[in-house]
Design a protein around this ligand. Sequence first.
Ligand SMILES: Cc1cc2nc3c(=O)[nH]c(=O)nc-3n(C[C@H](O)[C@H](O)[C@H](O)COP(=O)(O)OP(=O)(O)OC[C@H]3O[C@@H](n4cnc5c(N)ncnc54)[C@H](O)[C@@H]3O)c2cc1C
Length: 379
Amino acid sequence: MDFTLSDEHQMFQRAIRDFAEKEIDPQVEEAEEKEEFPVELFPKMGKLGYLGIRYPEKYGGPGFDKISECIYIEELNRVCAGIASGLMVQSGLATEAIFYHGTEEQKQRLLVPAIKGEKIAALGLTEPNAGSDISSIQTTARKDGDSYIVNGSKIFITNGTIADFVLVAAYTDKSRGTKGISLLVLERGTPGFTIARKLKKLGNRSSDTGELVFEDCRIPKENLIGEENRGFGYIVGALKSGRIIYGARSVGVAQAAFEAALQYAKERVQFGQPIGKFQANQFKLAKMATAIEAARTFTFRAAWMLDQGIECMKEASMVKLFATEMVQWVTAEAVQLHGGYGYMMEYPVQRYFRDAKMFTITEGTSEIQQVVIARELGL
Ligand SMILES: Cc1cc2nc3c(=O)[nH]c(=O)nc-3n(C[C@H](O)[C@H](O)[C@H](O)COP(=O)(O)OP(=O)(O)OC[C@H]3O[C@@H](n4cnc5c(N)ncnc54)[C@H](O)[C@@H]3O)c2cc1C
């Protein structure tokens, strides 16, 4: 058993931290204020291979492991969870199914430009009446000669209003339940594909979130990913990997909140001494640091399992549940330690608190993670 990061992992961690602090951090305030994702980051990060972190060199990525992806995601989220949202959908959730199940033509047409940052990707599962229960989606894709005709809508879609293509879950055979769901690519500009609205959010404001509508969208059969009616399985695979990533996201935001609170506790003076001298606050910070470390270690373990090809459905859900709940508490304590200043928009700690709330909801709520864990326990 070896709990140290390899030299390569440490080198990569320094590189991505440096990049995030120099290239992303200066853009955070404006992007959050305008509620706009800084799209110029896509080609910039694409040139450095960051958008294809786990994809092989053949497609333009560095071919790194899951642990490297966790390092990458933690460092991005330490600087800005909103911007990280858009980037992580691009490098993972919205492109993974194409990599694992797409044809070579689809990889060249969609994956390679996404890795280069020339095309923006999104994943559309959620609908106004279907979130946790994917089987209740109403979007359909009807075969018509060499095409599919897609009808339906998607909501809360990250990168939704800026995406060049969206991987959409749709029923190709409703009678088969989840075994009748397929994944299809809808490209921007397809007649009948409209962006209904851009959504305003509590947190993660620099990420783009949209509602999309498809009305009789005719798409070529070449836009089907993998096999017809196998989409649900592809989604479950991508979500398992994504849940480990939510461990890294949570650790990144919690780390940022902790660093801010620690610094503030050393600087803020009340009753003639820094507030960090009061044992109550020392205990708070000690427990915060412990919780973050526990979540980080657990995240790396699940990532290691995935890298080794060890089944980790249960662990992935446990990581998401544990780490996303941890960051709720850590960010709330960080606000508390800042007192009234913590409630003011001029201190970043309020942003960490707002951003973290999203994490117990997206990619399977905390309740759904418990459903999965209980099922894996044989209940
Ligand atoms: C900022 C943001 C970005 C997002 N990005 C994307 C994206 O890019 N692509 C995409 O497809 N979706 C995206 N989503 C959607 C997200 O994945 C869903 O919001 C999430 O899956 C929950 O679905 P819902 O909102 O419909 O809630 P619901 O499923 O309606 O759940 C409501 C409540 O009921 C609980 N609940 C539901 N079922 C059960 C059960 N069986 N047992 C116990 N409790 C239950 C839930 O835990 C929750 O507390 C995003 C959401 C947000 C907020």
